[in-house]
Design a protein around this ligand. Structure first.
Ligand code: ADP
Length: 243
């Protein structure tokens, strides 16, 4: 459903993604783990079509910048960018019109109920707390019912209720056949959710492992993460590029 093939992205001399390849299947949750600066956000932004890169990315078989691919893709960024002069409800209406959605009112009500935004409908973007902005951001990402959903550090800033709700939603989307890629540097926040884990460090995918495969090896995700990230840097201290 999502295929990333030999993707390289450089910012000047910094290679943020270095020949990254992987493939994600429908009905799966993949967690993208890596320390700060590993290249996770750059990879996400490349997939969603925000950045130019070398290599190829397809969504449902379509190149990622085509209209067909964009219809399938959803992105929930780490930093919400809301309009200060639009209310919570107006943000959702605006998005629904941009995507030419029909029969979306009930879905907005349901998302607002689940993320406890019902009494915030008339608040303006710049009146919302950071956590509320993130909740609205999630509602906006989910409203068009994308089939491939990228979530960049989605739990940051959320209260416990919203975290619980988001985890439930992720499981529901998976059972409906969606493909989810969740990036985080907090392993605990996704521990129960993932089917496959990609561990990224210094722009490269250092491990790509299924949950069962890891369990058979008797390893935890945390152990693998530290083996891969700290093991590598401990082995090659002189070559480490400064952050
Ligand atoms: P992560 O999301 O894993 O924290 P990023 O993708 O944000 O990693 O960053 C990967 C590398 O690319 C880092 O070295 C970062 O400093 C660099 N980088 C990210 N965005 C830019 C940018 N717009 N311009 C220059 N360098 C960038």
């Amino acid at each position: 459903m999502l295929e990333v093939s030999h993707v390289t992205k450089k910012y000047g001399k910094v290679t943020a993604c270095d020949d990254v390849s992987f493939r994600l299947e429908p009905g799966s949750v993949t967690v993208l783990l890596g320390p700060n600066g590993a290249g996770k956000s750059t990879l996400m932004k490349s997939v969603i079509g925000f950045l130019k890169f070398e290599g190829a990315i397809t969504v449902g078989g379509y190149p990622n910048k085509t209209v067909e691919a964009r219809r399938l893709l959803g992105y929930i960024p780490e930093m919400p960018s809301l309009y200060p002069n639009l209310t919570v409800s107006e943000h959702m209406e605006f998005l629904a019109r941009a995507y030419k959605l029909t029969d979306y009112k009930g879905r907005i009500d349901e998302l607002f109920r689940r993320f406890e935004l019902e009494d915030k409908r008339r608040k303006f973007g710049d009146e919302l707390s950071k956590g509320m902005q993130q909740k609205l951001n999630i509602c906006l990402g989910l409203l068009p019912e994308p089939r491939v959903i990228l979530l960049d550090e989605p739990m940051i800033g959320l209260d416990p209720h919203a975290i619980k709700e988001l985890k439930l939603i992720i499981e529901e989307l998976r059972s409906r056949g969606c493909t989810l890629l969740v990036s985080t540097h907090i392993i605990d926040s996704v521990d129960m959710l993932w089917d496959r884990a990609l561990i990224m460090d210094a722009g490269q995918i250092r491990a790509n492992v299924g949950r069962e495969e890891l369990a058979e090896r008797g390893e935890t995700l945390e152990q693998l993460f530290f083996d891969v990230t700290e093991g590598q840097s401990a082995g090659a201290p002189e070559e480490g590029t400064p952050e």
